[in-house]
Design a protein around this ligand. Structure first.
Ligand code: AMP
Ligand code: GLY
Length: 420
């Protein structure tokens, strides 16, 4: 099987690493990829937002299966273009990707499905939004409606913060994404991520994870794309997982089918759990980054069979081969992230780390320059390990971190602290 993965982050490195271990994989191309991915697969320069260009590339390279990593190409319908050209694709249609691309769309689906989520109201009018916030008081959550690269959410603990967030959004701080604002009840509890494969009819849970969104130790400081993650999430007990599946995921999928836009791909539910009751915070229509890396570490080669079963509508007969293990990933980021940071700094010591099915350094933002690996983004490496316990996984991951020489980078030393 010739496989094409679209994307260039740690998530796509994780997917590529798992997929290429499967004997069914004859050839693997990742577009555009990065320096770490280039060690295990061919990388191709391709505009993955251009569906027509992706179709031509897939035809020229005799691709049998396309796996779409990030949300942006999904939201613009790249999976639709590929399917229309006859390709087998893992990833939802543009219409189904609205579950991530529009927060108000997700709220409508949840309402129709009876899925527990935060109470909300939506506004296109500044004065009405202000009056609503004043009537509800803080804490309260203000969200830009559209895709804002994970940054369009303000959890306001005071009324002043809430009012200034509304100001910023209507002022265009998030561009078109803020033209409509969703204002939500603040949910209290513990957050977890739940990943479910879907084929338009059936749903197959493939794991849970928790991530650390704040840049600082003890979960303090500004929000980031994620500074580390671990799987499984202890808060996702068997009962909570079952409730999330039957009360939230399955009714939402049934509603998507009822609308004529069935969901096929991975549904990533961000949940808030309190007193054993999960509520939906948000849906994403792709794997989390860095959550994907810990899931791939645990699932390994079977990932290809599972993604293929999802794309071919065969999930009813698919089974996950679970190991009773734990995985943890530590994100190494450029000094200054999530604010201003330098690009192009050299990273050494990567070859020292022994990479095997227990230890892997996934690359998120790297390229190769004059024979050296250099940092090209904010989040740069995902140092990932697996173990029989979470503490074993953490020890292995930090042992690898300690071998990496990169004075212009940093990481949190406390990933997994809540669970450990
Ligand atoms: P989102 O982009 O919707 O995942 O929101 C980003 C983060 O904001 C979430 O991971 C939560 O930590 C927080 N958040 C979002 N909505 C709520 C809510 N209704 N109550 C409390 N926290 C929230
Ligand atoms: N790590 C959070 C996300 O991928 O949305």
């Amino acid at each position: 099987m010739n496989i094409l993965i679209l994307g260039s982050g740690g998530r796509e490195h994780g997917l590529a690493w798992a997929v290429m271990q499967n004997p069914k994989c004859d050839k693997l191309i990742v577009a555009p990829g990065n320096a770490g991915i280039a060690d295990i697969a061919d990388c191709a320069d391709l505009d993955i937002m251009n569906g027509a260009a992706v179709v031509v590339f897939a035809e020229e390279n005799a691709i049998d299966f396309v796996i779409v990593g990030p949300e942006a190409p999904l939201a613009v319908g790249v999976a639709d273009d590929l399917r229309a050209a006859g390709f087998l694709v893992f990833g939802p249609s543009g219409a189904a990707a609205q579950l991530e691309a529009s927060k108000s769309f997700t709220k409508e689906v949840c309402d129709a499905a009876g899925a527990p989520t935060a109470a909300y109201a939506r506004f296109t009018d500044f004065d009405a939004a202000q009056d609503y916030v004043k009537s509800k008081g803080a804490p309260i959550v203000i969200k830009a409606d559209g895709l804002a690269a994970g940054k369009g959410v303000i959890v306001a603990m005071t009324l002043d913060e809430a009012l200034s967030a509304i100001n910023d959004m209507f002022d265009g701080a998030f561009g078109g994404a803020g033209a409509e604002v969703v204002i939500e009840e603040f949910l209290d509890g513990e957050e977890a991520s739940f990943f479910v494969l879907c084929d338009g009819k059936d749903a197959l849970p493939i794991g849970t994870a928790q991530d650390h969104k704040r840049v600082g130790e003890g979960d303090t400081g500004p929000n980031t794309g994620g500074m580390g993650a671990y799987s499984p999430a202890p808060v996702m007990s068997e009962t909570v997982t079952q409730k999330a599946l039957t009360e939230i995921i399955e009714p939402s999928l049934a509603e998507m089918s009822r609308r004529g836009t069935p969901f096929q791909g991975v549904l990533f539910a961000g949940l808030m759990i309190k007193d054993g009751q999960p509520k939906l915070i948000e849906y994403n229509v792709r794997f989390g980054d860095p959550e994907c890396q810990v899931l791939m570490m645990r699932l390994g080669a079977q990932v290809l069979d599972l993604l293929q079963a999802s794309a071919e509508g065969r999930l009813a007969e698919a089974r996950v081969n679970w190991a009773d293990d734990h995985a943890l990933t530590v994100v190494m980021a450029a000094n200054g992230y999530p604010g201003r940071y330098e690009k192009g700094t050299a990273i050494k010591g990567l070859t020292a780390s022994t990479e095997d099915s227990f230890n892997m350094v996934f690359h998120a933002g790297t390229s190769r320059k004059d024979g050296q690996i250099v940092a090209t983004g904010g989040r740069v490496l995902n140092v990932t390990a697996r173990g029989a316990t979470l503490s074993e996984a953490a020890e292995r991951a930090y042992a690898m971190v300690d071998q990496i020489e990169w004075t212009e980078g940093f990481c949190r030393r406390d990933i997994g602290w809540r669970a450990l």
